[in-house]
Design a protein around this ligand. Structure first.
Ligand SMILES: Cc1cc2nc3c(=O)[nH]c(=O)nc-3n(C[C@H](O)[C@H](O)[C@H](O)COP(=O)(O)OP(=O)(O)OC[C@H]3O[C@@H](n4cnc5c(N)ncnc54)[C@H](O)[C@@H]3O)c2cc1C
Length: 407
């Protein structure tokens, strides 16, 4: 109750929709009420999940703008708390919390997705810099971010899982060419990124050189967890104009949200379709909606396990990350099927009217969730091998350099 009261008081005293977005984000971080789960040394209060949720609830009740979301605060920040240097935290935490800098992940390559340790993009040391050559693919948001989290091979002769290094690379430089890829929804949120002697200062290595696989595993654990909406504070994901007022940004975000039909929005969309097509009292439909609701509740309990495990001092999500991700995939497929069947033959049409047009977009984008951040098959392998201790996939030779594969 204490946290509720304190948070409510702080937000009541400080929330002002006429403040600029930049000033509000800075105040949120420096007051430690923006990311209260971060460590006390770094703009947080070290709160556990239950207290973080209490703060969010009070902020939501008051209608205050949350701090930025996205992979900066939800993935890079916890990685830096584990593996970053003091200088990196001083540089990148304010950048993501209030200076408007955004990040993307540059891991997958044309020949290395599930088998991420097979990346062949190279990084070669040249004085105080690393020089990068190669290509990354499926890089979401690469066209408008400031930095990429990059996995590159620093020693092609080392065994596959060694000889890798994890970097933060500045995106806006002559050696980087970002080319958009169009998906079947018509959007171009993906890109292929080409590196031609791109440069990274040596200070931007996360962890130690050649130990990039350790960092990648931390990255993947937090990334899986980031598919869970609860991992985000709820503020903007991409670049925003920091000079506008909070009220202006909230108005835009509201418009964007009502046009979107992903995640939580899909439940409402399906409810609208069920009403529109007169299936509100149909027992089968009701039972399927109840099942979807149950899965979401179960996911909520899994999240509580993540938080309990963190409270016990285990910093990385364990089996709960793959479980959450698989559950989100399952819910998305369930929503897709129910929405399609509810509409009957009408579901085959990309109508102009709001609910079915939004559903069509949701339907076309639904396969992505089972692939992004590691496919469902890979999540199941992870659970089978690491948690259930079942026999492993046919083994590769861990001592063999990636350069020898397929030779
Ligand atoms: C919406 C979206 C956003 C993405 N954003 C990014 C991004 O920002 N940055 C980034 O780096 N990447 C991104 N990706 C890429 C994503 O991480 C990869 O697509 C994913 O890891 C799969 O790799 P792949 O496409 O190379 O498929 P492959 O690895 O070639 O897999 C092909 C098929 O084989 C199966 N398979 C592979 N290995 C095994 C195995 N051992 N056991 C059983 N089945 C197996 C897979 O499950 C899959 O069905 C994104 C993808 C999507 C869909």
């Amino acid at each position: 109750m204490g946290v509720h009261r304190e948070a409510k008081r702080w937000y009541q005293d400080n929330w002002d929709p006429d403040r600029t977005v930049g000033a509000w984000f800075e105040l949120l971080a420096n007051s430690r009420w923006g990311y209260p789960g971060w460590p006390t040394k770094w703009f947080g209060q070290g709160m556990d999940r239950a207290d973080v949720r209490a703060v969010r609830e009070e902020r939501r009740n008051l209608g205050a703008l949350p701090p930025p979301s996205g992979i900066g605060p939800s993935v890079l920040a916890p990685m830096l708390f584990q593996h970053g240097t003091e200088d990196q935290m001083r540089r990148f935490l304010p950048a993501m919390a209030w200076k408007g800098e955004t990040f993307c992940q540059m891991l997958s390559e044309p020949e290395a997705g599930s088998d991420l340790a097979g990346v062949t993009t190279t990084a070669i040391r040249d004085g105080d810099e690393w020089v990068i050559n190669g290509s990354k693919i499926w890089t979401s948001r690469a066209s408008d971010v400031d930095y990429g989290m990059l996995l590159a091979r620093t020693d092609p002769k080392a065994p596959k899982h060694r000889g890798l290094t994890f970097f933060l690379i500045g995106r806006d430089q002559p050696g980087i060419d970002v080319r958009p890829l169009r998906t079947m929804t018509g959007a171009t949120s993906f890109n292929q990124v080409f590196f031609d002697d791109a440069r990274i200062p040596v200070d931007n290595v996360i962890g130690i050189p050649e130990d990039g696989w350790t960092i990648t595993r931390t990255f993947l654990a937090f990334e899986k967890n980031s598919y869970n909406p609860d991992a985000h504070e709820g503020g903007p994901f991409g670049k925003v104009d920091l000079g506008q007022t909070c009220a202006q940004l909230q108005e835009r975000e509201q418009g964007r949200r009502s046009a979107a039909a992903q995640g939580r929005g899909a439940s409402q969309l399906i409810a609208d379709l069920v009403d529109e097509h007169g299936h509100g009292n149909d027992e089968l439909t009701r039972s399927r909606r109840a099942r979807l609701l149950t899965w979401r509740r179960v996911m909520g309990y899994t999240n509580q396990r993540v938080h309990a495990s963190r409270r016990k001092g285990n910093p990385l999500p364990g089996f709960e990350g793959p479980m959450s991700k698989l559950t989100v995939s399952k819910i998305t497929r369930g929503q897709r099927d129910l929405g399609l069947e509810t509409q009957g033959p009408h579901g085959m049409l990309a109508d102009e009217d709001a609910a079915s047009a939004q559903f069509h977009h949701f339907f076309l984008s639904s396969p992505a969730i089972s692939i992004a951040g590691g496919t469902d098959e890979i999540q199941r392998n992870h659970l089978a091998e690491r948690i259930l201790q079942l026999p492993k996939d046919p083994p590769f030779d861990p001592k063999s350099p990636v350069a020898d594969e397929g030779a």
